[in-house]
Structure formats: structure tokens, C-alpha cells
Design a protein around this ligand. Structure first.
Ligand code: SF4
Length: 290
């Protein structure tokens, strides 16, 4: 593994793998050639060197333009998303095959301009991946679909993820078009539709919340029978975005993990550089798949 480098102007515990190396370059080339999008690049994820060198990535469906404008997110925004590419599910599936990925994470921009919120593109992508190799595990990280949730659950992803993103009070401020309670309801319904499907959610800290509010959000998630939760430090993508209100220490992250485990989550991944798709395959116990 290549050496770790300090992220500039951040506390000493922000060390990442430098984005280079043969695997990294091959994945970058593949993404470019196929004209597909990854949240790794669009979200300016600090873990890109680590993940791409392990030949894992988080694929982003439905173009590069999101119809929301959350205060923390680096993805391009607009009222109208890009035209839906009917070839995208196949291209993503083929990239997964070429990269040799055995555990795929699929996400997308929010598409409030589409009747089904983009659900059918998720379903087609699951079908294309399964055509190529039915043993590939598929984890979804979805937007808050309006009425199409059941059809996505019926396509039988291995893990259904939807991020709560932040605590209730801060949600209103940084996620104007989102709704904390609606997100909880979506997660609850997904589990009700398929009780054996693993469900997952994630949140960022450092957006102005207190530690008590973080614990309260963990309780809210556990009440929806969520299995896995991720907690990571918010990092400001540009000066235009919400500021970092504080850097949560590694010890505090450790305490969230301990509290989460007490609440009964199967797994809690909590640390400064944790993102919902980071080392996603390692968070699920093989025995927990249906
Ligand atoms: S943590 Fe997720 S978004 Fe970041 S580089 Fe890894 S796979 Fe991509």
C-alpha cells in the first residue's frame, strides 16, 4: 500500500492514500472511457486513492446533475437533470465486470424531475449486473423515492441504503428539499417490504449538531430496524458550501460506535473518513444476506 498523506489544513488524523497507482489509473480510465459517473469523483471523496486502488467505486446513476442543492454536497445541481441514458445500466454493469468488483455500490443523483424519481434505472442496473454475474452483491444508496420504493425493493438488492445525512434540527438547514421524518419512514417501509433485506443509513457530523443529537438520531434509525450505520466527518467541498462547525475527534467517533452497538445495530462504522460506501463489503456479515 502506498504511503498516507496528510490532508492539508485538517487535524492530524486526516491522513489518506495518495490518489495514484496502477489500479487507480485503470479505474479512472474505465470511468472516463465509458462516460459513467462515480460519487467518488463528483463528491470529491478523500478516500478515492484507497478505494480505487482496491478496485472498488461507488457508481452514480442518472447523470451528473442533481435536482436538489444540499448545502454540503459537491454534485452539480439544476432544476432539470440530464437526459436518462438507456445504456447506462449496461455500461455500469460492464465496468463492474471489467473491474472485477464482487460487491457493487450503486447510487444516483436526486431526480425530482422524473416521475419515478429514477427508480426504474436502479432496477435495470440491478438486472444488468445480475445478468453478468448473479453472485455479485449489490448495495443501493437511494434518494427518497416517492411512490416507487416497493418496485426497487422487489428487485432484491442485497443491501438497501438511504442516508439520513444529519440530525433532525440541522436537516432543515442543510437539506432544504429533504425531510428527516420522510427519510426515516422510507427506511422503515423498505424493511417492512422485505424484512430479510439488510438496511443501512449514514450520517455526517461537524455540521453544527451536538453529540446528544447524534445519539438521538442513532436511536431514531434503530427504531426503523436499520442494521448498519455509518458516521463520518463532514468536509467542506468548497467555500460556497456549509462550513465545518467542528472536527469530531477519533475518541468521540469511537464512543458513537460503542453507543450504536449498545442500541443493537449489527454494525456501526464510525470514524473521521468514513463514508457510506467506504469498505462497504466489509460491513456486512455473509451470514446476514438473505
Ligand atoms: S468512500 Fe465511497 S465515494 Fe469515497 S472513494 Fe470510496 S467508494 Fe468512492
Amino acid at each position: 500500500m502506498s504511503e498516507l498523506i496528510q490532508i492539508s489544513k485538517k487535524p492530524s488524523w486526516f491522513k489518506v492514500q495518495f490518489p495514484d497507482g496502477q489500479n487507480y489509473r485503470e479505474v479512472r480510465e474505465l470511468v472516463k472511457q465509458n462516460n459513467i459517473h462515480t460519487i467518488c469523483q463528483e463528491g470529491k471523496c478523500p478516500n478515492i486513492g484507497d478505494c480505487w486502488n482496491r478496485r472498488t467505486a461507488s457508481f452514480m446513476l442518472l447523470g451528473d446533475t442533481c435536482t436538489r442543492a444540499c448545502r454540503y454536497c459537491n454534485v452539480k445541481t439544476g432544476n432539470q437533470g440530464q437526459a436518462v441514458d438507456p445504456e447506462e445500466p449496461r455500461k455500469v454493469a460492464e465496468s463492474i465486470k471489467v473491474m472485477g468488483i464482487k460487491y457493487a455500490v450503486i447510487t444516483s443523483v436526486d431526480r425530482d424531475d422524473l416521475e419515478d424519481g429514477g427508480a426504474s434505472q436502479y432496477i435495470k442496473t440491478i438486472e444488468e449486473i445480475r445478468k453478468i454475474d448473479p453472485t455479485i452483491r449489490i448495495e443501493l444508496l437511494t434518494p427518497d423515492y416517492k411512490d416507487s420504493l416497493k418496485s426497487v425493493v422487489d428487485a432484491r438488492p442485497d443491501v438497501f441504503g438511504h442516508n439520513i445525512e444529519t440530525v433532525r434540527r440541522v436537516h432543515k438547514k442543510v437539506r432544504a428539499k429533504g425531510d428527516y421524518d420522510y427519510s426515516l419512514e422510507l427506511l422503515r417501509k423498505a424493511k417492512e417490504f422485505d424484512p430479510k433485506m439488510i438496511t443501512k443509513s449514514g450520517m455526517m457530523v461537524g455540521l453544527g449538531e451536538t453529540n446528544e443529537e447524534i445519539l438521538s438520531t442513532l436511536k431514531d434509525l434503530r427504531e426503523q430496524s436499520i442494521d448498519i450505520v455509518t458516521i463520518g466527518q463532514y468536509l467542506r467541498p468548497t467555500e460556497r458550501h456549509e462550513k465545518v462547525h467542528r472536527y469530531v475527534t477519533p475518541d468521540e467517533f469511537k464512543s458513537f460506535e460503542q453507543e450504536g452497538k449498545k442500541l443493537g445495530f449489527k454494525n456501526v462504522f464510525s470514524g473521521p473518513l468514513v463514508r457510506s460506501s467506504f469498505h462497504a463489503d466489509e460491513l456486512v456479515n455473509e451470514d446476514d444476506f438473505r
